[in-house]
Design a protein around this ligand. Structure first.
Ligand SMILES: Cc1cc2nc3c(=O)[nH]c(=O)nc-3n(C[C@H](O)[C@H](O)[C@H](O)COP(=O)(O)O)c2cc1C
Length: 356
């Protein structure tokens, strides 16, 4: 799909010249321009008109310093403007609460994703406006290296969550355009198309990427894209893998259901990574593989309906009426019935007990 074409607007011209800018002149940004950029964010399309996002402008150098550490990027300290976009379902929940209305949907994952999309769109809209003014900027997804700490630094209330940061100002560097993969690999008509060999299809792109100089990397050429994929995919940050837990702690209702292994799509049937064997003895609330259902339900009566909710295979419990039968059915039996590992089942039951 490559080829020469006539650029039909000034906006598109700027967009096709996009490069991330990470070093800036000391020139301050006029406060009227800041105001206009905020208005651009405010004018961005927003899911069902709910405006479920907020922007936090970071002007305190100490806070900037703390965030720079979380991002692992010193240049955050030097950003002339630094804004953090957050999912904000808190404001609307409050608007409802002040009318004595506490709908369950105020903090569900639909609200979360609406806010996440709203925040991302507003951030990109600001970036387009920034570039239209001959300024430049950078997104900071790295704030999520420690989302819990960002929540504390920004004093974010329940039903909010940080999405990304943007930093911008007048550029003090002139980076090359970073090559992109061909559109034929990314744009499809009517249905997804899987390539026979991606490595073969990106051969030219790999070479093109090796010609690119990343200014962050002491003016060194970068690896081919296929090698970058390997290094990025193997370089994971523990906190980021567990991000869903912070989202839950912020009060969003994940409504997770147990999905049997066999129903989960995967590219590898067996993970190539070695899985360490470990034996399970007792959970923190004393649940064991041989804990029987009679004891479990008498101590935590709500667990029965919870089990029926999470896995349709547990419907069989409904037909167990006698206490003797419940006594002879263990958590291990239940896990077999539900086609799920006993430890996961115990973990889920325990999380439910913790909620109570
Ligand atoms: C959601 C998102 C998060 C990003 N996070 C960071 C970041 O934390 N630090 C950074 O230096 N660049 C970040 N970037 C910038 C990308 O590295 C950059 O857009 C990409 O390498 C392509 O380069 P280009 O924008 O110069 O074309 C982010 C970009 C996006 C879209």
């Amino acid at each position: 799909m490559k080829g020469v074409f006539v650029v039909s607007s000034e906006t598109i011209k700027k967009q096709l010249e996009h490069r991330t800018i990470r070093e800036f002149k000391d020139t301050p940004i006029d406060k009227d321009i800041v105001r206009q950029l905020l208005e651009v964010a405010n004018r961005t399309s927003t899911s069902v008109g709910m405006q479920s996002y907020s922007i936090i402008r970071i002007t305190d150098p100490q806070k900037k310093g703390k965030i720079a550490e979380i991002c692992g990027q010193k240049y955050v300290n030097r950003l002339p403007e630094f804004w953090i976009f957050v999912v904000d379902a808190f404001r609307n929940a409050k608007i409802a609460a002040e009318q004595n209305f506490y709908p369950e949907s105020r903090n569900d994952m639909d609200r979360f994703f609406q806010g996440f999309t709203d925040a991302s769109l507003a951030a990109q809209n600001v970036m387009v406006a920034v570039e239209s003014l001959d300024m430049g900027g950078c997104f900071f997804g790295s704030i999520l290296n420690d989302s819990q700490q960002i929540i504390e630094i920004l004093n974010l209330p329940e039903y909010t969550f940080p999405v990304l940061g943007i930093g911008f100002g007048y550029p003090n560097q002139n980076p090359q355009l970073k090559p992109r993969m061909g559109l034929d690999l990314k744009v499809f008509e009517n249905e997804y198309k899987v390539e026979d060999s991606y490595l073969e299809s990106i051969k030219d792109y790999d070479l093109e990427m090796q010609e690119y100089y990343d200014l962050r990397d002491s003016n060194r050429r970068v690896d081919s894209f296929s090698k970058q994929v390997i290094s990025r995919l193997t370089n994971t940050i523990e906190n980021r893998l567990k991000i869903i837990n912070t989202i839950r702690r912020q009060g969003f209702d994940l409504q997770m259901e147990y999905i049997p292994e066999g129903e989960i799509r995967t590219m590898f049937k067996i993970s190539p990574k070695e899985v360490k064997e470990h034996s399970f003895e007792e959970s923190k609330s004393g649940l064991k593989l041989d804990t029987n259902l009679a004891d479990l339900f008498s101590k935590h009566p709500y667990i029965k309906s919870y089990l029926l909710n999470i896995n349709p295979k547990f419907n069989k419990i409904k037909s167990i009426n006698s206490n003797d039968e419940l006594k002879s059915t263990t958590i291990e039996d239940l896990s077999k019935l539900g086609d799920m590992p006993a430890e996961s089942l115990i973990y889920m039951i325990e999380s439910r007990i913790d909620e109570e």
